[in-house]
Design a protein around this ligand. Sequence first.
Ligand SMILES: [Zn+2]
Length: 387
Amino acid sequence: MTLTRCQVCGGTDLDLLYEMRSGLALTSLGETYPASTRVWACVDCSHLQTDEMEQVEQYYSEQYNILSDSEEEDQIYEVRDGKPLYRTEHQLRVLLDKLPLPAGARVLDYGCAKSSTMQALLRVRGDLQVHLFDVSDNYRRFWERFLPEERCATFEPQRQWIDSFDLVTSFFALEHIVKPLDALQAIFRQVRPGGHFYCVVPDVESNIADFIVVDHVNHFTELSLAYLLQQSGFEVEVIDRSSHRGAFVVLARRPLSVLPQVEPEAERVAVQLQALRSIAAFWQGAVDRVTSFVAEQAPDRPLAVYGAGFYGSFLTACLGGADRISCFVDQNPFLQGRTLFGKPVVAPADLSPLIDTLLVGLNPAHAERIIAEIPAFHSRALRCFFL
Ligand SMILES: [Zn+2]
């Protein structure tokens, strides 16, 4: 469904930045989505929106089971000295660093999925009164392992929760919500006056994959995020772009009185829009770059894709499928041993010596460094294609 209004500021002046043809549209889980889709920029506040997927409600209640296969499964945040640091662990560190929580504080994780962050939080802060909310029943079997049922709600938050929480958290949820202003207003009602809202959402400028993900209806810029929070009644304390790579870490407070509204500055919006247009141009060109590179290779030269995540899926989709690919290579032990597009995912150390060419499916801002730091590749002469 095409959105005709900006869901942050209500503006109707939307600029079409990018259109993906069917087959290249990918979900945040790296699965191809069989429809074309478009990305629009709001000229008034610089918010980016992607046309809503068909049957979006069904997608979330049935198909979107992020990392729900097992209790421990997690995404890698980064690999340091060969050791993976998982996203949950990093999220917890940053949260505890940003906001000291008093003993017994009431916390609600809103749109929480498995809520591995809250589970990890309770391991170090068993005194906290943690509550969970999501729009799906899929995760209840994980919640019941660490929280009583009365601390949990699905579809609607519990009535008695209103105005009661010292802290409401939201980790990577707002980007999926078609009406973010409604969600933020609902969150605002759960926070006690003077309490905090803490959220982490993708920063499309430093995490450019976010731009083409079809199930992210919202792609936030610092300006649009600040405006959204302010319109919901919050006072922004911090929008931090450095603590979580590729994401905004936001701390906002429910003020004790109503604050005046401030419109986004037109000059800053114009600068932001220019940056968004160059991301659109990058993705427009990426398809041609990878298909030309592969076309130049001898047909019998085996190719591997480095990265069994979103960028790896994008490269495969560009090639029209995995026929030309021997395997995927990834450092995440949870992905190794699985298949992606019918091809095995192997550890770097297990990459066949017959393969000398890698298509690197990683965020281009960090790809060269990540490849250079893989010990198993130090003794090999690999030719790498970078996006
Ligand atoms: Zn707007």
